[in-house]
Design a protein around this ligand. Sequence first.
Ligand SMILES: [Zn+2]
Length: 365
Amino acid sequence: MIPTSVVFTGAFLMAVARFGSLNALEQDKRNPFWRRRLGAGLPSADTVGRVFAQLDQAGLRRLLHGLYDRLKRNKALDGTVLILDGHETTASYLRCCPGCLERKMQDGRIQYYHRVVLAMLVGGCLPFLLDMEPQQKGEDEVACALRLLGRVLQDFPRAFDLVVADGLYLGAPFVRFVLRHGKDAVIVLKDERRDLLQDARGIFRLEPPTVEIEGSIVRRMWDVDGLTSWTAMDVPIRVVRSLETRTVLRQRTKTPETTTSDWIWATTLSSKKASTRTVIDYGHDRWLIENKGFREMGTFWHADHIYRHDAGAITAFLLTLMVALNLFRAFVQLNIKPVLRERHTQLYFAQRLTAELLVGPTIPP
Ligand SMILES: [Zn+2]
């Protein structure tokens, strides 16, 4: 009785207008805008949730792909770095569904949660959310990420040359998989790879760093190639370290304050392909998925809100949100004049968009 297209368009506009919940959307049911846009009344929150639980997810991914192709054709996408990162979408002691993951907490209680891995393309003027994959029961994040990476490699074989990920991903199966597909990896090096880290640290102690000053940041860089201490890997690994000291003047006390961060990455990139500084920049790109990925999706686009507690619905809503966010970012980047864009935050444009969508133009053209 209600076409899927009406339900999808309603939910898509809910995402674009950042309503936050199906119930908030329902409050706006009487707005004549909906009948005008959808050609039918706005479906109930329950109907939207029920339809999304059964929605064709491959179709949603094709929608993302279509958007990617269009932006690529228009030369608007020039990033070649793929960032993979896991994120928890919900956690609860009370509510669970058949797709929930479970973990035992310190107090003995069972917590239910959902987790997804997101694939995002960065490195150019426009970040693009390519795909996501929900973590299944009994598998870890890396297994889920490998499934996602397999699909992304199949669907977007030439979209990227490099995979950047957190320390969790620095295992031989993951790095080998990336190499086998002709790509390179830059992965945070943590204590879990003790043999490699100890070996690299030994060399860092002996070699003087290259020092670079960039504004208020002093960067001491080390670059060690051809390490073979990670015995599970059959290729030598390169390790790059950046010890960064940032000095800022405290506004209130007018005293300088210094913060230091120590970054170490393992990479398969040769020094011919990427300089020390380039590897460091790639490594720092990972923070983009925090800022431009889930943090922004959670803070401004309500990605952390579960529209319906059902594994299928969670995936379908997230994919829909990814379409909305990609489209919104492309609009801000490509359709708004730089002078105007620089004067406002992304949130300002998102709010204007919501207002104009529901009310009409808010200022004379
Ligand atoms: Zn669940």
